[in-house]
Design a protein around this ligand. Structure first.
Ligand SMILES: [Fe+2]
Length: 565
């Protein structure tokens, strides 16, 4: 009988986490932030490594391989970087060719600190297992390529701030191999130099708040300062697959130049110009990649592919036959990518025919049962306000139709930045008053940020123009007039929307929306992640109750328990 092959994937940098892959299929994955309740936790994912074995009910000793993402650890904020990494950043602006990049990445890889990981391996008695390192952008590419929905040869694009000296890569995927054909070094990073530095310039957090710049962009006038923004970066005039830094500065030095360049410009116009120029460069780059390779099916990953507005333009391109955006596109996805790459290399070495599993749902995390919820409710003193009901979906639909805002905590955690119905806050999409209630009482979010809807998949075409299956909230759509019914889930300035189309993968979630439709004839609800502003998505029933206590939420569904304030 064929032996099962288990690979543990680890990312120990910014947005760290762990994943477990069995025969090429992800069976458990969780980010450290959910277990520590620290957003975008950066560091060794000790809890996540231990947790994935518990989730999958696998003894650690059963694994065949450990695959670690990134040759060099990614650090955020930069002040946490070790001295030798900081030193290389000082040199990089002056020597920034691809050859030099490869050399310093090799040197830094040899200096990579492994003590904390090795301590965990010893505790789990897996210290003797084979370890491989998967280069950062290769890990991004692997997430998208090996889980793509088709079989054909694929053009794989990765784009992020920076990782292992690389900021973008173009690869060709065929069978079980990924081959890189071009890349840009960190110094020429489109993500960092343009988007993240503008994010920082606007007083927001680099590598976290880029989505706020994207949300702000439709309110501004790009043309007011586009010419200035264009001075930052361009596509290399002689190398159409690479970007070229034209502001001639890197990291903090860019800020000094931006202060001179943009000091007279309004913040919303800067956001608009940043988004517009980003879209412009991205689309030209994608077209160049297709022209160069002749491949029209694209798989994309890396944090910049969380920019849903730019993603929309990619799939609208005539040249693109099909495109797959891997949803946990940022570094949080790399434990999965490294584990998958590890699996295929292990099979190759052992002469085993590998399996491949296209992406389905992302419910890879922890699950708690109703008995445990009851135990926590008693322990935390909430049991008197709790009602146990088998009709929880109908109850929730009825409550939100009456204007209540309710959080959901059931099933397994979603992997990645989006809540997809198991760790969500839900509300009536028809009532604009919900926006201010959500913004100020619950999320304390910036007023310009839009909310998103979850829509019954078969009804998506009623609301969206050129609707297609979009189950992970990584694509944006223009909307029809009927979308006034779900007005809270649209961007206030341009009426676009970033929906989750809901199929049968999560029956309780689907039933909630169906029940809302039965009551109101509206086929979608507002779905925003269950967390307070600045916190990660809620990771345990205990934190769920604390969040209920410290917010303006009207109620909480913990499994089949309904708790109303
Ligand atoms: Fe990355």
């Amino acid at each position: 009988m064929k032996k099962d092959i288990f690979v543990l994937g680890i990312h120990d940098g910014h947005n760290s986490g762990a994943a477990l892959v069995k025969n090429g299929k992800v069976i458990a994955a969780i980010s450290e932030e959910r277990l520590r309740n620290i957003k975008n936790y950066s560091g060794t994912p000790e809890l996540a490594i231990k947790e994935v074995f518990k989730i999958a009910k696998i003894e650690p000793q059963n694994i065949d391989l450990i695959a670690i993402a990134s040759l060099i650890r990614t650090h955020s904020p930069l002040s946490e970087e070790p001295f030798f990494v900081k030193s290389y950043r000082k040199i990089v602006p002056y020597i920034h060719g691809q050859w030099f990049s490869k050399v310093y990445v090799n040197i830094l890889h040899k200096l990579r600190k492994m003590e904390t990981l090795k301590k965990i391996f010893r505790e789990l008695r897996i210290e003797g297992k084979e370890i491989i390192f998967v280069e950062h952008h290769h890990a991004h590419a692997a997430c998208a390529y090996y889980q793509r929905p088709w079989k054909d040869k694929t053009l794989i694009l990765t784009l992020d701030g920076s990782g292992d000296g690389v900021s973008s890569s173009i690869n060709i995927g065929e069978a079980f191999k990924i081959k890189r054909i071009a890349w840009s070094v960190s110094y020429n990073s489109l993500g960092n130099n343009l988007y993240s530095e503008i994010t920082g310039y606007l007083g927001l957090k680099r590598w976290e708040h880029e989505y706020k710049v994207m949300g702000l962009a439709p309110f501004g006038r790009a043309d007011y300062c586009l010419d200035k923004i264009k001075k930052i970066i361009r596509i290399h005039p002689n190398k159409p697959l690479e970007f070229q830094n034209t502001i001639r500065a890197y990291a903090i030095d860019i800020q000094k130049k931006l202060r001179k360049l943009l000091s007279e410009e309004r913040f919303d116009n800067i956001a608009a110009a940043c988004q517009s120029y980003y879209e412009d460069l991205l689309i030209k780059w994608v077209k160049n990649c297709i022209k160069e390779t002749g491949i029209r099916k694209l798989a994309c990953a890396g944090g910049m592919f969380l920019n849903v507005k730019a993603n929309k333009l990619i799939y609208e391109l005539e040249e693109v036959e099909d495109v797959f955006f891997y949803p946990p596109a940022g570094d949080e996805g790399t434990p999965v990518g490294s584990a998958l790459e590890g699996y295929y290399r292990y099979c190759e070495k052992e002469g085993v025919m590998p399996e491949r599993h296209p992406l389905r749902d992302l419910y890879y995390g922890r699950k708690f049962d109703d008995d445990y919820f009851e135990f926590v409710l008693k322990k935390k003193g909430w049991i008197d306000k709790g009602i146990y009901t088998k009709s929880i979906a109908e109850e929730l639909a009825s409550l939100i139709a009456k204007g209540k805002i309710i959080a959901i905590f059931w099933g397994r955690d979603e992997f990645g930045p989006r809540a997809l119905g198991n760790r969500s806050i839900i509300a009536d999409p028809r009532d604009l008053r919900v926006i201010s209630k959500l913004n100020f009482a619950i999320k304390q979010r910036d007023f310009w940020m839009p909310f998103a809807p979850s829509i019954l998949e078969e009804k998506a075409n009623d609301y969206l123009i050129d609707a297609k299956v979009s189950r992970y909230m990584v694509e944006a759509f223009d909307t029809r007039e009927k979308a006034d019914e779900i007005i809270v889930g649209l961007h206030q300035a341009d009426r676009t929307c970033r929906p989750q189309t809901v199929n049968e993968w999560n029956p309780k979630w689907r039933k909630t929306i169906e029940s809302f439709q039965n009551l109101t004839k509206v086929s979608g609800i507002v779905n925003t992640s269950f967390n307070l502003h600045g916190h990660p998505i809620v990771g345990s029933p205990e934190i769920a109750l604390e969040t209920l206590q410290n917010s303006g939420l009207d109620g909480l569904a913990l499994g089949n328990w309904l708790i109303l304030k």
